[in-house]
Design a protein around this ligand. Structure first.
Ligand code: 7TS
Length: 423
């Protein structure tokens, strides 16, 4: 934990016009909560959807709704085209070689459960090791715990340093010929740390270790290229990249997916069924049992279009400015300590305030119209690592403004006044 000293409060900054234009695409940002303008700083939990995505979903329901891959009738064909078109957009979005490698799931959680059950269960045995970083979301811990129990494989934790960086030296030392799988997030939801996934994947390839990367917090912040990263599996959720809930993706290298047995059985994932023998459908359908989240997948394709329509390099550098500004402003709040200060982290500040429970902070902030998340962020081992019960997390997106950071800081100053916190 880094103690931030109370010193100069940075000059007020004006939000660029381009950002104010972008904000107009997000109707919800205009609403009031608790009679105050909404300041939405809970993007780590769920990002907001632009109107373009909502319109695409509405148009699907209004004109094309039907089930996919089954009807010869026109509506079903249109729905299938839109649904598969979105898959192609997602393929290009993450730089995958083929749409066979892009499996629709309900989100990151299901994506990782799929790998754990379809790959892990079949390939792990007693004596094998699964390396899992200390900064994982429960979604990249619990499925592996369940599989480790069934297979006898051992979970080994990759430690993190005091600033919230992954301990790469420790990782090198943990690598041996018994390691089979490595699980790490691209970006930590509790700390904001961006992990050196390319370097980790290279190390893993040298040892024949399969990489399972949780990209939930990365996709909304910067472009991803799974081939350049050299990863085996990459999981993410639509609702963290300005798409709808209920849909996500598992990217898997074709060679691996081809050898894996399906995790769930049902319609659409088979070529033929008799009581004696079932033949799986081809990739990626083998892993998509039952009616998929059609409207959501099409909406996710629209979110890809939306992100592609923006200058992402500009957004990334603007988000860095926001983070720098917020970090500086938070120095004016007595007793505030940041949790996670790794260099190059995304625009997220997790913090504690001496003597005030994060839930109290969250409630007071809500009263000021400021939405943040408080708690363990489904990353209890991170809290244990830093010896704290919970944090308050302000997670920003490219549509947040400097004025909103001012509102956050003012609300926090109310908290410290109320609780009589002094440095
Ligand atoms: N992995 C990471 C790194 C996450 O941040 C989350 C959700 C998940 C996995 C699970 O994603 P899901 O879409 O399958 O639920 N994180 C958060 C969060 O930080 N606050 O609320 C949800």
């Amino acid at each position: 934990m880094d103690t931030v000293s109370k010193d100069t409060i940075s000059q007020k900054r004006e939000t660029p016009g381009r950002i104010l234009e972008i904000r107009r695409d997000f109707p919800i940002l205009n609403r009031q909560v608790q009679d105050k303008p909404l300041v939405y700083l809970d993007n780590g939990a769920s990002t907001q959807m632009p109107k373009q995505v909502m319109d695409t979903i509405n148009a699907y329901h209004e004109f094309h709704h039907s089930n996919v891959h089954r009807g010869v009738h026109q509506l079903s064909q249109e729905a299938t085209e839109l649904y598969e078109g979105a898959r192609e957009k997602l393929r290009a979005f993450i730089g995958a070689a083929s749409t066979k490698e892009v499996v629709y799931t309900s989100g990151t959680t299901e994506s990782i459960n799929l790998v754990a059950n379809s790959y892990g269960l079949a390939n792990l045995k007693k004596g094998d090791k699964i390396l899992i970083s200390n900064m994982e979301h429960h979604a990249n811990i619990v499925p592996w715990y369940m599989i480790a129990k069934k297979t006898g494989a051992e979970i080994v934790v990759i430690p993190i340093l005091d600033d919230g960086s992954l301990d790469m030296d420790a990782l090198s030392e943990l690598m041996d010929n018994n390691v089979r799988i490595l699980c790490v997030n691209h970006v930590s939801n509790a700390l904001g740390t961006v992990n050196p996934v390319k370097e980790i994947a290279k190390m893993c390839r040298d040892y024949g270790v399969i990489t399972v990367i949780d990209g939930a917090q990365a996709v909304g912040h910067f472009p991803i290229d799974v081939v350049d990263l050299g990863v085996d599996f990459y999981a993410f959720s639509g609702h963290k990249m300005h798409g709808p809930t209920g849909v996500g993706v598992l990217y898997g290298r074709e060679e691996l997916l081809a050898k894996m047995e399906p995790f769930m059985g049902g319609g659409d994932m088979i070529l033929s069924v008799s009581f004696e023998k079932i033949i799986w459908n081809e990739l990626p359908y083998k892993f998509e049992a039952g009616t998929p989240p059609i409207a959501q997948a099409i909406g996710l394709g629209a979110a890809v279009d939306y992100l592609n329509s923006l200058d992402r390099e500009f957004l990334e550098s603007y988000e860095n400015d926001l983070l720098e500004y917020a970090t500086e402003k938070l120095k004016s709040v007595s007793g505030l300590k940041l949790v996670g200060t790794a260099p190059g982290k995304i625009s997220l500040n997790s913090f504690v305030i001496e003597g005030v429970h994060p839930h109290d902070i969250g409630t007071i902030l809500d009263g000021e119209g400021v939405a943040v998340r408080t708690g363990q962020h489904c990353a209890e081992p991170v809290m244990d690592r830093f010896g704290i019960p919970a944090t308050t997390r302000a997670s920003m997106a490219f549509y947040n403004t400097f004025e909103e950071i001012d509102a956050l800081t003012d609300a926090l100053l109310k908290v410290t006044e109320l609780f009589d916190v002094t440095d």
